[in-house]
Design a protein around this ligand. Structure first.
Ligand code: FES
Length: 75
């Protein structure tokens, strides 16, 4: 089941923690990766922030500025 949504999700992230954003749409922890992509040909988008930040996280998987939403879900 693909979990992609046509809207961002505001989430809080800590500094200096490795995060992985799901780009396969199969994660049960969507929009974060839970390793479900191993049965697909997709990989997560991995990122680390230098300061704690609230982010409007892309949930459509099309943003050019991951993990941030860039409005691509409207296109
Ligand atoms: S579970 Fe979807 S990219 Fe990892």
């Amino acid at each position: 089941m693909l979990n992609f949504k046509n809207q961002p999700l505001k989430m809080s992230f800590e500094a200096n923690i490795k995060y992985a954003l799901c780009l396969c749409g199969e994660s049960k922890k969507f929009p974060l990766c839970d390793g479900s992509h191993r049965s697909t040909d997709k990989n997560p988008f991995k990122f680390t922030l230098t300061k704690a930040e609230d982010i409007n996280v892309c949930q459509c998987g099309k943003s050019k500025i991951l993990p941030h939403c860039d409005g691509s879900h409207f296109k």
